[in-house]
Write a protein that binds this ligand. Sequence first.
Ligand code: ADP
Ligand code: MG
Length: 256
Amino acid sequence: MTRPVIAVDDVAKSYAMGDVTVHALRGVSLRIERGEFVAIMGSSGSGKSTLMNILGCLDMPTRGRYLLDGIDVRRYDDDDLADIRNRKIGFVFQSFNLVPRTRALANVELPLAYAGVGRAERRRRATRALRAVGMGDRLDHLPSELSGGQQQRVAVARAIVASPPLLLADEPTGNLDTRSTDDVLAIFAALSAQGRTIVLITHETEVAERARRVIRLIDGRVVEDRRLDGGPPSPVPAGRAPAGADLPAADRSAAA
Ligand code: ADP
Ligand code: MG
């Protein structure tokens, strides 16, 4: 088996709050292989953001081990982690986080600029990424000239432009209307079909069911890990096949 993109072993995260310790994660273990499309679900307070921050190398576990694309993140300082984030993870946030007063194309070129890619090549790749999310006719628009759904599509283009091994999305449809939600989820499905590895954090069942595997958190623990696509058996018994189970299979030979 190839090396998993995410390998989390018995990860716990506690916060000391005066006399009280809050146990946000209580021993989470999971593996996510290249090409998987996974939703992490749970109600408010279940530990989703805490897990997201750890998966995104924005925070460190109190206990346990996390390997991102084979890299043990404990060994690195903040500067190195920033570099690892740039190379390994494309982030999509609920609030889009585009750079204001900066055109769509320049927003999408940013990760490539950090990576030292030359100007012409940046432009070529950013244009291609924007076309891939249906924004090829909005290259010169400012964020303020785009709808929420369009801004989020630009944010997805920015997240994929450097082809990171992991696409990590935290409530990406949380600020979108139903139609834009469908557009953005269709883009994730298409990226997944191209072999990208996607971890989508959401509290909405309809959103989670667009993924091919759903991991459910309650009170800092994984209580369910269910495949929706009849793919390779997971360690936890698979449940019913809900809507969305008929998405096209990922081409695992494609680059993530
Ligand atoms: P979710 O994203 O699923 O709503 P969180 O991961 O944000 O859940 O929070 C899980 C638990 O950890 C909650 O009880 C929350 O209050 C607590 N928590 C999260 N971040 C902190 C923090 N920085 N300091 C103290 N407690 C925190
Ligand atoms: Mg949260």
